[in-house]
Design a protein around this ligand. Sequence first.
Ligand code: COI
Length: 369
Amino acid sequence: MASSSSNATQVPLSFSVPSLKEASRLDSDRNDEEKEEIDWENLGFTLTKTDYMYVMKCSRDGNFKDGKLSRHGNIELSPHSGVLNYGQGIFEGLKAYRSAKGSIHLFRPEENAKRMQIGAERMCMPAPSVDQFLDAVKQTVLANKRWVPPHGKGSLYIRPLLMGSGATLALTPAPEYMFLVCVVPVGHFFKEGMEPINLLIEDEIPRASLGGIGDVKAIGNYAPVFMAQKRAKSKGFSDALYIDSVNKRYLEEASVSNLFIVKDGVISTPTKGTILPGVTRKSIMELAHNIGYQVCERLVSIDDLREADEVFCTGTAVVVSPVSSITYQGHRYSYRTGEETVSKKLYTALTSIQTGLVEDNNGWTVKID
Ligand code: COI
């Protein structure tokens, strides 16, 4: 994060761009060399440098203020910052979609704003208000409008980040905080694309434990899964699936997505506690319930996997990803996939709302242009 790269151009951190209208104007003010072609057909879940990011700081008084857009670039941090030394940081992930008519919609951004506040409290950090969060997200998306993929080609992934930027040697919360919003156009998360994924149950490395931080989007929850993920991928699996750290019997989630199983038309998903309370998870539960499915939030055990008809994962990045098989201690359990599945029905229902193909009767989408 610190500006250590020798060829990185340092950009001034901020300039005055306070309103949504002006954020939108920036989009059309760009010079010609910036209007290069973007290959929308080959978006994966990889970094593309976009034009602007949003930065807002909070000093010792605990209030965030003077948020501004700046050119996307490196930021400067003390080597003693709380985030670098003690992992005092959380992030969010949400998306903007382009409708067939060209308008841009955010999906449930308020849920992310509220989740960031809950996470910040757990990590002893001040957080931007819901309004500040929403305004920052809207400004950043509008200023990067040209990076929102055309309808049906992907989405603009929005990454709000809250960190202890101030320096501290003592093991205490940082004295200053920084809130950033960056955006990246993305396509499919898994290399499988829309195809079903295969999961390997990781029975040595737990992702979280009760009372820990598994249920907040803390930066410290992510690097620890690299080892399990690497192990699963080296054996040809798409991702690892984590089980509870005490009984080693209850399913939790995959590295970046929540889990659902379907048995005889009943949909079950692991209870909250150690899992991340996903916005997509919540939306899928609500949609499934509205369609008429019975939806249960309960302990889901490895035994349930033997019986399940269908399994799928949900998340902002993965959307709704059908699972073709789960392997546990050498036993491979296979599941129904394809057009006639519950997961396909829910995927279509969700993405039709997100991309504006159907009317949003739930008030989940926020049109911003
Ligand atoms: C998201 O789905 O928003 C995530 O956080 C995934 C990310 C860690 C790759």
